[in-house]
Design a protein around this ligand. Structure first.
Ligand SMILES: [Zn+2]
Length: 130
């Protein structure tokens, strides 16, 4: 599939289009990470293997990273949290959320004590891995 990569004149970001609709349809209109239903308008295009901004990268490398095989549809919260992390770093980030909530949020600890919520310890499995 043909990809088009360009540098946005407004924000200087590297952007690419590999037909947004094709990316959107990869997981039936769902975020590839959490599985939330999203509209085409809400979708953000995530680079699975991230483009490292600020590093010199060859045009061929950017073209490879902009191929649809490296693009996932993502909801805003997942794309914001993943940022430029590779998938395994994003998985570790999600897996660490319960411990951070337990450490930082009294409401979370209270809800656990009263049995209102229970951490499962389940592994983080992304929607695209199911
Ligand atoms: Zn998501």
């Amino acid at each position: 599939m043909k990809t088009i990569t360009f540098v946005d004149e407004v924000d200087g970001a590297i952007k690419s289009f590999c037909c947004q609709v094709s990316v959107y349809q990869k997981y039936g209109g769902r975020c590839a990470y959490c599985g939330q239903k999203i509209t085409l308008h809400e979708m953000q295009v995530d680079h699975i293997e991230p483009i490292r901004r600020g590093l010199m990268q060859l045009p061929e490398e950017i073209e490879r990273l902009s191929h649809i095989d490296n693009l996932n549809p993502a909801c805003g919260p997942c794309n914001h949290r993943k940022r430029t992390h590779p998938v395994e770093e994003f998985r570790a980030e999600i897996a660490s959320q319960v411990e951070r909530l337990r450490r930082d949020r009294n409401q979370f600890r209270m809800a656990e004590r009263y049995g209102q919520i229970e951490a499962t310890g389940k592994p983080v499995i992304f929607w695209f891995e199911r």
